[in-house]
Design a protein around this ligand. Sequence first.
Ligand code: SF4
Length: 364
Amino acid sequence: MLGSSAVPAEIGTQSAVPTPLPTKRADPLLVVEDLTITFPSADGAAAVVRGVSFEIAAGEFVGLVGESGSGKTITALALLRLVPAPGRIESGRIRLAGLDLMALSEAEMCRIRGARIGMIFQEPMTALNPVFTIGFQICEAIRAHSNLTRRQARREAERLLEMVAMPESRRRLKDYPHQLSGGQRQRVMIAIALASKPDLLLADEPTTALDVTVQAQILELLERLRQDLGLAVLLITHDLAVVAETCDRVVVMYAGDIVEEAGVHALFGAPAHPYTRGLLSALPRIAERHVEMGEAAEAAESDKSGRGRLTAIPGQVPDVSNRPTGCSFHPRCGDVMARCRHQEPGDFAAGDGRRVRCFLYDRI
Ligand code: SF4
């Protein structure tokens, strides 16, 4: 059961004067505005993503988190305009470095995929072709986005494998995917994603299938690539512990809505939305694994509002074709109020550049 804890103290004591919502970044790399994605349903169309807006700056590491069914993966696919049929992007704008991706032809969008936006997935075996060597597959990716000769592409493939810290990189070029471990295959996928020197990497649960040690190595690699290449990363995950290790900022999704967005230290120090608090309560590893997080970890350790105990969020993410009235989270919320059952909350500012979709933060 979610604790019926009140608003975290440092937020609850803020001025009653409404704070403006977080200001937009001066020159964001990616801007997503009011994105809505629908799928056909018995009643016409069901929105699996509803009016989602967020930004990512160049070189920024942003976590997109939520339970299965929250809409995070379909949001990432929409950035590539790859929402699977019969789903469709109903409305919204997606701009990458000022380029309106929604206005591009399919041929133009093909050039953006891979070239400007790379993607890695949870299980690299599904993306790697088992009948070709990894050297061949990396070279193909390089040559698809350059005029390099086969020999030059081979040298570049070797360099990319070194960049992703693949042991014995030259020899590994001749290996087939099945000859590699799960962590090595993920390094190959990252090398392929980097082949075209993208600005943005979408990483969908990239470490979920890996053991904890290899998971940490892959996260360190992504962090190093961000520092060395200025790569922006959107990390899509259900695991807040992974986010705590790597991200600058966190976007929390629930039933197709962004319910909270905050800097990583602010979010882990004092999660604001009841759903975010529930996610953290269900993750006892947070405080253990992130003792180096400074203030965020200290705050997490000292918070006695229930996160010291392992508690699961009751109930399930709702079926978006049969959404509860009012706040979508109200049937699971320990802080539910009368208005939550019939009125949908908007986004409210909660300090620290944070936005929260919850009436607890409605100061008017
Ligand atoms: Fe809970 Fe109400 Fe906030 Fe929804 S709006 S999360 S039901 S307190």
